[in-house]
Design a protein around this ligand. Structure first.
Ligand code: UGA
Length: 454
């Protein structure tokens, strides 16, 4: 089928590329000329495993192209996907101005003689956006155009976007006409995944409700972790024990410094806002947010108990991205930690395998040194914080790290290190929701100031 994707951000670019990969002819449209030129030349502006190779192979196979010409794309495509940003506003509501603007541009580009077209909303939007898009199209289209508006939310995760798109758990299609539903099912037929056929508002709600539920799982386990710390229990064991119940599932029960990124913080806020507007406030999500926001202050309090005054202390931070396998630092918990440490006068060094440039931009104006090397980052440090769950951190040579550092203290904010490795290297090991561990040789006096149960 001939498909147009409007917006070449994370969702638009990866979705368009995967549609081309399964055999559709796709044009990805963006109003940023430089981005379109870069993509046409095979340069992908984000780091996402496998994406660059897939873009290159589909461009050379003639199935994928990039353009700034939206009217042409509307003329040539059976289905037009909207994948533009829906950022949060000050009051937590969702900024729908890009969706509105693109809907208008699509509307004025449509012609009755083009025949039937489907406009699909792929961006995450509050419930009822589909009916507004349909209204805009009817209002601005020249003449009597034959169009259906469909909601088709995306569930890809950054860092595993290509795999998530090609092998989805399910595909959600919200359509109010059988004709639109049938055509959308043809688009997704090569993916061989279960399709959830619903009406437009239900599809829109599925996305907000799914992301909010995942955020809720994370905050729930983080709240349990806080209790574990006080009680001398181990949150990893607790999560394993509850996750084996199929009704709960083991996924998204990793306790840590909380969720970040461009989706969960925004979507939880957006869902709270829309539920309030509908007079049915999702107050439970306010608590989810509050728990998430407590994670960084809690860690800093524990570090202060260890190091006392943070001013002039040398602290190394591993991880700047909001999670592993991405260079995205939007709403990154690590960035928050680094800023807070700098504000307290600590000397911070940071390392990330992929997010060095994006991290430097996000931390502009903060006196942090961003290092090119994992070990160099820890030179002279009095504490090492693991802030992002990159696998390479768990695989590091801790004997070497110990030689670099001034004091042997590690705070593992993602519970990813192997305790025996760090203890063996002589470190004391503090993590989330678990007892602090000390190397055998360490004298008990040194353990004072530890707030976790022993
Ligand atoms: C999330 C959803 O998982 C996707 O399904 C959805 O499509 C996407 O938002 C979106 O709406 O576009 P993403 O933000 O890319 O995907 O990343 P996740 O893997 O979900 O991680 C989000 C945050 O939660 C990260 O900061 C991660 O460190 C944290 N997390 C995740 C935990 O703290 N514990 C966990 O057990 C899992």
């Amino acid at each position: 089928m001939k498909l147009a994707i409007i917006g070449t951000g994370y969702v638009g670019l990866t979705t368009g590329t995967c549609f081309a990969e399964v055999g559709h002819t796709v044009v990805c449209v963006d109003n940023d000329v430089r981005k379109v030129d870069a993509l046409t030349g095979g340069r992908v502006p984000i780091y996402e495993p496998e994406l660059e190779a897939l873009v290159a192979s589909n461009v050379s196979a003639g199935r994928l192209s990039f353009s700034t010409d939206l009217p042409r794309a509307v003329a040539d495509s059976d289905i037009i996907f909207i994948a533009v940003p829906t950022p949060p506003q000050e009051d937590g509501s969702v900024d729908l101005s890009y969706i509105e603007a693109v809907s208008q541009e699509i509307a004025v580009s449509l012609r009755p003689e083009y025949g039937y077209r489907i406009v699909v909303d792929k961006s995450t939007v509050p419930v009822s956006t589909g009916s507004k898009v349909a209204q805009v199209i009817r209002r601005y289209a020249p003449g009597d155009v034959d169009v259906d508006v469909v909601s088709n939310p995306e569930f890809l995760r950054e860092g595993s976007a290509v795999n998530d798109l090609l092998h989805p758990d399910r595909i959600v299609i919200g359509a109010d006409s059988q004709r639109a539903m049938d055509m959308m099912k043809r688009v997704y037929q090569p993916f061989n995944a279960p399709i959830v056929e619903v009406d437009v508002p239900s599809a829109e709600l599925i996305k907000h409700a799914a992301n909010s539920f995942l955020a809720l799982k994370i905050s729930y386990i983080n709240a349990v972790a806080a209790v574990c710390e006080k009680a001398g229990a181990d949150v990893t064991q607790v999560a394993r024990g509850i996750g084996m119940d199929k009704r709960i599932s083991p996924h998204f029960l990793n306790a840590g410094l909380g969720y970040g990124g461009s989706c969960f913080p925004k979507d939880v806020k957006g869902f709270i806002n829309v539920s309030e507007q509908l007079g049915e406030p999702m107050n439970i999500l306010r608590e989810v947010e509050a728990i998430n926001e407590q994670q960084v202050p809690r860690l800093l309090a524990r570090i202060r108990e260890k190091l006392w005054v943070l001013r002039n202390k040398r602290i190394a931070v591993w991880g700047i991205a909001f999670k592993q396998n991405t260079d995205d630092v939007r709403e990154s918990v690590s960035v928050k930690i680094i800023k807070a440490l700098c504000d307290e006068g600590a000397h911070v060094t940071a390392y990330d395998p992929k997010a060095r440039e994006t991290g430097a931009a996000a931390l502009k104006g903060y006196p942090v040194t961003i290092c090119d090397d994992l070990y160099e980052c820890t030179r002279g440090a009095e504490t090492l914080i693991v802030a992002t769950e990159w696998r390479e951190f768990a695989l590091a040579n801790f004997g070497k790290v110990r030689e670099m550092m001034r004091l042997p203290i590690i705070f593992d904010g993602r519970n990813i290190l192997h305790a025996e490795n760090v203890l063996h290297a002589g470190f004391e090991y503090h993590s989330i929701g678990r007892r602090s561990l000390y190397p055998k040789a360490q004298s008990p006096q040194l353990r004072d100031g530890d707030n976790t149960a022993r």
